[in-house]
Ligand binder design. Sequence first.
Ligand SMILES: O=c1[nH]c(=O)c2nc[nH]c2[nH]1
Length: 453
Amino acid sequence: MVTSPLPPKQLFFGRIAYTLSSRELFIHKRAAIGVDGFGIIAFLDDTVSSAEEAAEKYQFQDADVTLLSTSQFLFPGLIDTHIHASQYPNCGIGMDLPLLDWLYKYTFPLESSFSNLEFARDVYTTVVKTTLKHGTTTAAYFATLHLEATNLLSEICWKLGQRAFIGKVHWLSNAKADDQKVCMTTLAPNYYLEKSEEESLSSTRQSIEYIRKIDPQFSRISPIITPRFAPSCTASLLLELGNLAEKECLPIQTHLAENKRETELVKSLYPESSSYTDVYDKANILTKRTILAHAIHLDIEERDLIAKRGSGVSHCPASNCAISSGIARVKWLLEGGVKVGLGTDCSGGYSPSVLDAARQASQVSRLLPDPSKSRLSLAELLFLATLGGAQVCGIADRAGSFEPGKCWDAILVDIGEMDYWDDSSILQKWVFGGDDRHIKKVWVDGKLVHENL
Ligand SMILES: O=c1[nH]c(=O)c2nc[nH]c2[nH]1
């Protein structure tokens, strides 16, 4: 029997940073990391004084060796917990309207064009290449309601090497036919709508099967059940989706309490529920692998319910500013035991960079009424961008930090000739002044997926 050889082991020596919690930021000035031929981290050791010593200690003499310069460091790959791949062409456009009007005027017309597969291929290829360039090793993508285009996004992520969650969007009219006011406010444009609950569920089932053919264990590309938000679903569709996620052991993503008018709309559409969060809870949508984008206008009962169910929040500060949604209380969520990660939310957010989302998260955290309680620290920002995001996506056993046994999802950052700053300053310089030009290499599952030399 002929077996194909494993890819070479890799050994890195130099500055290595990562978080283990929102309070624990580790920066090793001189440490070694070994990655085995399966792309798994074999060791991280800050007691060795050279790559040679590490190679001998761990029998990694046959590894490819990378010695980092003093302006470089390794960091876990960035995790985007909320991005609309289909909205990428609109990044930077239409920042003049709040959510519901913005959706109607800018977003639905663009998303409806994904019936054109050539257009879809172009946009999705650009999104995946661009986010990889910005160091996003994992992305939770909303696609559109089009099955074929969603399948294309799965193929493109697979081919370009990104770790990704791919969601075919559910989009039904919630309007009662006799209620003209609700018809108008439920934002159901007749050119961009699924025809029935059956059609909506059936195409999601097909998208799951499509991904299963590409990646049978969903080890790098996973389907994610994606009810767009409560106003675009019926209570019975939400329940079907909650049950489907449970049966297939799949994650879920949706929007929650982003905008005040939206929360009022949900109240009127779901009078039997005590809150927006309760709408999802009644439908078994709040699971340990549910990503709730935004979660701004919550009361304490809703926060505690989210924590109790083990669901996570994607904090999307750029979008929240751009479309005037409000400021999510990230510390308040964390203190209540809610998992939190960062989302770029293209194109509510104008930037595809998780680093930029971290920067924006820092800024908005200082604008809440008592900044001494709400301000996010450097450790918290870096945690949200990596391990926090991994927890929200349910992949903290595989990604988000550099513990042995995890996958080598990593970036090599070079901030230039800045030898005279200490380790913490280098990270601050990167968070507040860095961009994609500083990200020199990106790996997912041990494979180099982007290089900028
Ligand atoms: O920021 C957002 N972007 C969207 O596309 C969307 N759909 C529902 N709610 C949304 N919020």
